[in-house]
Design a protein around this ligand. Structure first.
Ligand code: ZN
Length: 165
């Protein structure tokens, strides 16, 4: 049987407003986003739910550097030995620059309206900057590509699994 990558959604807020994702393959985890500040225990529970711990995280990807995706990134980085990847066009925002926001849905508009998106969060320095349009994640044990998908923010990226998911 082919080894599959399982995808686990971590609801960070109710009603699907905000998610992070945990990809698991052969006992290793790829964390996609880290949620708001304070989300570390939520991520730890998700890892434990798969029989894994922080040491099993092979890679952390930040899709972009808004507070609701990168707010716990520095904490997560301290708890893993895994490299954290961010696109270079997001670097300034990960390190405290005032965020840009092009809301892509009702939640975005709400965040924009309340100013919640502009709250500062603990700055994070990525271990690896993505400087290309695509990055093969096979080196980290996952048959997947990281693809630069600017729009929501200049350095937004998406994870594309083999098979297109
Ligand atoms: Zn965003």
């Amino acid at each position: 049987m082919m080894t599959q990558t399982s995808v686990h959604r971590l609801a960070m807020l109710p009603y699907g407003m905000l998610n992070a994702f945990l990809l698991v393959r052969q006992g290793r985890a790829l964390l996609v986003d880290t949620g708001l500040p304070g989300a570390r225990p939520r991520i730890e529970r998700a890892l434990r739910g798969q029989g894994l711990g922080w040491a099993d995280v092979a890679l952390t990807v930040l899709t972009h550097a808004h507070i609701d995706h990168a707010g716990s990134a520095a904490q997560v980085q301290r708890h893993t030995n895994a490299p954290l990847i961010l696109h270079r066009d997001e670097l300034a925002y990960a390190q405290g620059a005032k965020p840009l926001l092009r809301p892509s849905g009702p939640f975005g508009w709400l965040f924009h309206k309340t100013g919640a998106i502009e709250r500062p969060f603990e700055p994070v320095t990525p271990d690896r900057l993505m400087t290309t349009d695509t990055l093969d994640l096979a080196d980290y044990g996952f048959p997947a590509l990281l693809v630069h998908t600017p729009g929501h923010t200049p350095g937004s990226v998406s994870v594309v699994l083999e098979g297109g998911g």
